[in-house]
Design a protein around this ligand. Structure first.
Ligand SMILES: Nc1ncnc2c1ncn2[C@@H]1O[C@H](COP(=O)(O)OP(=O)(O)O)[C@@H](O)[C@H]1O
Ligand SMILES: N[C@@H](CCOP(=O)(O)O)C(=O)O
Length: 324
């Protein structure tokens, strides 16, 4: 549930007109999400999503919006940002940077099957391939440097067992990051937040659940492609209650991904460490959001203990895809 900045109908109507969507018909705040302010926007030309960016700056945002435009232009199922008459896709509203993108049809699949994981794995690989010639560069702003900056701010809120785990895992990730294998990992633009709630599915004419698109590219950055795989495995392919990886879904995801882009030997070897890194990354951000919250008229932060469980699971039971 997140609305940090209230947007008036007339303000939204003026922006909708500016990007050529015609008269605004409806504007509805979106409760889901915790990072930005989002509204469903119904205009004469169709259904869209209005986002006001609450933390990212006007200097950081072009990387994400142009990545979405680049991928959509290569038939990756990503909502197209809407441009004004000058081709500008980054706008401003209520004193915040803003964007309007197409609203994807369908809904979230919060209890995915191996077939859903297969579709997401294949589309992620196609997205990584399509991103190879993306000309802009911006690091993953929630990567190791951000972990180093944020962990000292949250340690004080933690009990000794959590504090020890956080400090030990951060030290381990520094050792991985300094390794030759890590340096050899293929890199490119990654989504870096491809959870179940950032992917849409809809039923086709035969009643089959088909992926209709990825959204929420606002944690994207240039990083190790296999880190993106780890983020997905830690959400799409787990038992939510225990954090345990589910072999059938994980195998379906990685097999489908590898049919589009084969994983290197270094990626296969480092995947267990990257699964730990992906769990650590979201444990840190959820702890940060809970213990150092922002003012909001609507906000339901995510539970940090979920990713403490996932991290402990990844450490206790390292997962390797069967060699292919
Ligand atoms: N392009 C889109 N198409 C359809 N629904 C969307 C789209 N973008 C956002 N949403 C809806 O808004 C919710 C919050 O969006 P999200 O990007 O996750 O928030 P945040 O910006 O806080 O991360 C999503 O869970 C989804 O229901
Ligand atoms: N998906 C991450 C980060 C928050 O994502 P949002 O899309 O809800 O803003 C998490 O669940 O921690």
């Amino acid at each position: 549930m997140a609305v940090f900045t209230e947007v008036g109908f007339d303000e939204a109507a003026a922006l909708a007109h500016k990007v050529g969507l015609g008269p605004l018909k409806a504007l509805k705040p979106i409760k889901a999400g915790i990072e930005n302010t989002n509204y469903f926007l119904t205009a004469e030309r169709g259904e869209y999503v209005l986002t006001l960016f609450e933390r990212l700056s006007a200097e950081q945002l072009p990387f994400y919006l142009h990545l979405m435009k680049h991928l959509a232009g290569r038939d990756i199922l990503v909502p197209m940002p809407q441009s004004d008459a000058h081709g500008e896709i980054l706008h401003a509203l209520c004193g915040k940077p803003a964007a309007i993108v197409e609203r994807l049809r369908g809904g979230h699949v919060l209890a995915p099957s191996a077939a859903h994981c297969q579709q997401v794995g294949a589309m992620l690989a196609r997205m990584h391939e399509a991103g190879r010639d993306y000309p802009y560069h911006q690091p993953n702003l929630r990567g190791l440097a951000w972990w180093d900056e944020t962990v000292p701010q949250i340690l004080t809120f933690l009990a000794p067992p959590q504090r020890a785990l956080l400090e030990d895992e951060l030290a381990f990730q520094h050792s991985v990051s300094a390794s030759a294998s890590d340096a050899a990992l293929p890199r490119g633009p990654i989504h870096a937040d491809l959870f179940r709630d950032n992917v849409m599915f809809d039923e086709d004419a035969e009643g089959r659940s088909q992926l209709t698109g990825f959204f929420d590219f606002y944690f994207a950055g240039v990083d190790r492609l296999a880190f993106d795989i780890a983020v997905c495995l830690n959400d799409w392919c787990i038992d939510l209650a225990s954090g345990r990886l589910l072999e059938d879904r994980a195998a379906a995801f990685v097999t489908a991904y590898a049919e589009v882009r084969q994983l290197t030997g270094d990626e296969l070897r480092l995947l267990p460490a990257l699964l730990r890194a992906a769990a650590l990354r979201f444990w840190i951000s959820r702890l940060w959001d809970v213990h150092l919250p922002r003012e909001a008229s609507m906000l339901v932060p995510h539970d940090p203990t979920h990713f403490e469980r996932v991290l402990r699971e990844r450490i206790a039971t390292p997962w390797h895809p069967a060699s292919r």
